[in-house]
Design a protein around this ligand. Sequence first.
Ligand code: HSE
Length: 298
Amino acid sequence: NEIKLFCPATIANVSCGFDVLGLCLESTGDEMLIRKVSTPGVRITKIIGQQLPMETEKNVAGVAALAMLKDLDIDFGFEIEINKKIKPGSGIGSSAASAAGAVYGINQILGAPFNQTQLVEFAIQGEALASGTAHADNVAPALLGGFTLVKGYEPLEVLKLNTPSELYATVIHPQIEVKTADARSVLKQSIPLKKAIVQWGNLAGLVSALYSEDYDLLSRCLHDEIIEPMRSPLIPGFYKVKQAVKEAGALGSGISGSGPSIFALSKGKDIAQEVAKVMGNIYKDFGVDYDLHISSIN
Ligand code: HSE
């Protein structure tokens, strides 16, 4: 009647897959405890680590849980405690981790009446509260693990992709604020056909590389023709980091979700650690505080 969960951080977009591609960081995330109680409803009883709303309707975990329980006829309720280690607004799926954790945990306690696609549907309702739009590219990898693809939104179809075993992610979170809603408002609503062709070539190539575990191909596909040029002015030092991590041996890098975090993918942990060092040095020089995460993907 109680479940303890690890709620992983995630990287959305992964350069060429805006709003569709995502990956799950195996060792970076929150902890959550969900308890079945006799009083009906959902209550957030404790949040440690960050200042976040405790009111169920204003909390992403609460909203996702309520979406899930809406049509269920049950005479008991749930209490949720969150140890929030992922900073909100960091660009590594802080709200998605909470939303995914809540629906996954409650589903387990209920005996798993809902399938993964339904869980993603409920969780993105929590996500929508945080970012204004119901996108699934963080929630899907948080729930399914590894790399995931949102094949479509209407109807929602989520695919789990293969994850090359030696792939590591390095993420730097410079302590500057970029709100997802703002990072979405800078996006133009139409794109030149020429750029779209490059982008879908890269996305398809990247998916192929994940299955063939071809790290060179993966490296050639980790580019973003469309979104990155529009958002990079929001992140000081972005191109400096990109250049430096390439020199340090990373396969490629880009904006993590809507930023301000920057991610890099590397083959092997040693390179991922070297990449972390060079990323840190750049923000040290800028006098900007930062957090660093190195994680395998699963
Ligand atoms: N795909 C979304 C975006 C992820 O880039 O706006 C942000 O959470």
